[in-house]
Design a protein around this ligand. Structure first.
Ligand SMILES: NC(=O)C1=CN([C@@H]2O[C@H](COP(=O)(O)OP(=O)(O)OC[C@H]3O[C@@H](n4cnc5c(N)ncnc54)[C@H](OP(=O)(O)O)[C@@H]3O)[C@@H](O)[C@H]2O)C=CC1
Ligand SMILES: O=C1O[C@H](COP(=O)(O)O)[C@@H](O)[C@H](O)[C@H]1O
Length: 514
């Protein structure tokens, strides 16, 4: 578990490869600015933006200004402070396939290290297409960039491969240059406040841990729904699909945080050891038929939501008009260990759903059927709902006596809405992760064995799907996916709980002190 008090930053040069790209603009620059505004970077840093297109330092700084203006949660009205901030930024035009250019980059880096009195710590952030990762690692060595006196760390964006084989190949290339401890594989969901809070909720509360097992939990539901379609990313997404884009990384990481055993120490390696054990315990499907019974894929067709018409996936830019890529995924998974045997983990994710919502619902088993209260009332199962995104918080659903009635029982949701209290000041995932990487805190980055094990789960599904796409179901944009996703739970006597605070009408909400 990451402990902020232990983190310290000793000054570093931050290299942003892909500095003219979308990720840098929307996430990385605003994250650096937030860290600066909060005093976490002090004046002890330099940033070098790298991409092929030529730009002057001034043009780059103008781009930085525009990005922060649009995407940062902090303003930049204090001109003196802003000028101080941008002074730390340089730009260099560099094709990552040009080894000579890396030698020039080393010269520029050394001059900045001198200017800002830095001791050779270097963080290389690859906001690039994955096929360039291996070449960058090689050229960093060729250019002498790994010979400075400080530490060297490589931060890599997803996707980490397309399947296990390609991920292994990529890993081999990177490991030829960097040690595992120097590699920080980003899964930005691990930087989200409420995903990090899962550990605390579980391990710091006496009333959850004793119940956290198959004796008391009926099922776990993980939803990662989005209202957007594929936007500008049709070219990438059509080769990826929901399975590779969201399940291989974010969804399986959340499952492993929910299901892991308490680590022996709150250290990165101990936590990651426990998470990988969960992934290894996920039961493979017996055969193609078993897989198709328990894994649903869908693709959105034209539809509408909130009065707005939305095109079919196949009509989106850069998507094959006959594409069989899934934009929706739902599955029933089993974690085969003593704690979880018999508890279904239902996972779903999709684009063009009615709500943007990342939530985990832990549904507890009911009290015995024949006790007086259960017999005469419509008792609802107790739920623990962890709301990750866009609202952050948790609520617990219990049964309580209806005020002023004799024995009527009503469902009550006791709500801790963290985002209502802390509001927009909650740090963005990229902000936390960038700072963690600068501080050498790797807990919320994925280790190679986690990535490889997740790919082996995904490969079984992808390989089965590639044989025949007849199970692909079409759902209207703006709905909760194919009917088969609901049937998946109905067969077990369950249903998807509504997400995004859309609880049943008779639920009484009790919120924290205002
Ligand atoms: N955008 C997002 O929200 C997310 C992105 N990612 C991942 O982050 C990575 C970057 O994504 P994104 O920013 O969207 O991509 P973009 O296509 O917007 O940007 C790619 C960047 O790479 C640079 N580039 C391309 N080829 C070279 C080269 N040979 N040498 C040097 N620079 C090069 C481009 O600049 P130039 O053309 O000037 O060289 C540009 O700055 C990808 O791996 C993506 O999957 C992951 C999660 C979310
Ligand atoms: O990694 C990805 O995540 C986003 C959703 O992230 P969120 O933080 O907005 O929930 C998704 O849109 C994208 O397709 C995927 O690549």
């Amino acid at each position: 578990m990451s402990q902020n008090t232990l983190k310290s930053l000793d000054g570093a040069v931050l290299f942003i490869f892909g500095a003219t790209g979308d990720l840098a603009k929307r996430k990385l620059f605003p994250a650096i600015y937030s860290l600066y505004k909060e005093g976490k970077l002090s004046e002890n840093f330099a940033v070098i933006g790298l991409a092929r297109r030529p730009k002057t330092k001034e043009q780059f700084r103008d781009n930085l200004h525009a990005s922060i203006n649009e995407f940062s949660r902090y303003d930049q009205k204090d001109t003196e402070r802003w000028n101080q901030f941008v002074e730390h930024f340089e730009y260099m035009s560099l094709d990552t396939q040009n080894p000579e250019g890396f030698k020039d980059l080393n010269v520029l880096t050394q001059s900045l290290e001198e200017k800002f009195s830095l001791n050779g710590n270097r963080l290389f952030y690859l906001a690039l297409a994955p096929e360039l990762f291996g070449g960058v690692a090689q050229n960093l060595r060729v250019g002498g960039l790994l010979e400075s006196g400080g530490w060297h760390r490589l931060v890599i964006e997803k996707p980490f491969g397309y399947d296990l084989k390609s991920a292994e190949e990529l890993n081999k290339q990177i490991r030829g240059v960097f040690e595992e401890e120097e590699i920080y594989r980003i899964d930005h969901y691990l930087g989200k406040e409420m995903v990090q809070n899962i550990e605390v909720i579980r391990f710091a509360n006496a009333f959850f841990e004793p119940l956290w097992n198959n004796k008391h939990i009926a099922n776990v539901q993980v939803t990662l729904s989005e209202t957007v379609g594929v936007e500008e990313r049709g070219g990438y997404y059509d080769h990826s699909g929901a399975l590779r884009d969201m399940v291989q990384n974010h969804a399986l990481q959340i499952v492993s945080m929910i299901a892991m055993e308490a680590p022996s120490r709150l250290e990165a390696e101990d936590i990651r050891d426990e998470k990988v054990k969960v992934l290894r315990s996920i039961r493979p499907f017996a055969d193609d038929q078993d897989l198709r019974n328990h894994v649903i894929r869908g693709q959105y067709k034209a539809g509408s939501h909130g009065g707005k018409d939305m095109p079919a996936y196949r009509d989106e830019p850069n998507v094959n008009p006959e594409s069989v890529t899934e934009t929706f995924f739902a599955a029933k998974l089993h974690v085969d260990n003593f704690r979880w045997a018999g508890v279904p983990f239902y996972v779903r994710t999709g684009k063009r759903m009615p709500a943007k919502s990342t939530e985990v619902v832990v549904e507890f088993k009911n009290v015995p059927d024949h006790v007086y209260l259960a017999k005469n009332n419509n008792l609802r199962p107790n739920l623990l709902v962890i709301r990750v995104n866009p609202e952050e918080g948790i609520y617990i659903k219990i049964n309580a006596k209806k005020p002023d009635s004799e024995r009527s029982i009503v469902p009550v949701a006791m709500d801790f809405c963290q985002s209502c209290q802390v509001g927009i000041n909650t740090p963005e995932a990229y902000e936390r992760l960038l700072f963690d990487a600068l501080c050498g805190e790797s807990t919320y980055f994925t280790r190679w064995d986690e990535v490889a094990t997740a790919w082996s789960i995904i490969d079984q599904i992808a390989n089965s799907w590639s044989k025949d796409a007849s199970d692909l179901k079409f759902y209207p944009a703006g709905t909760w996916g194919p009917e088969e996703s609901h049937e998946l739970l109905a067969r077990d006597g369950f249903h998807w709980w509504p997400v995004n605070g859309q609880e049943e009408d008779d639920v009484i909400w009790i919120s924290g002190k205002s």
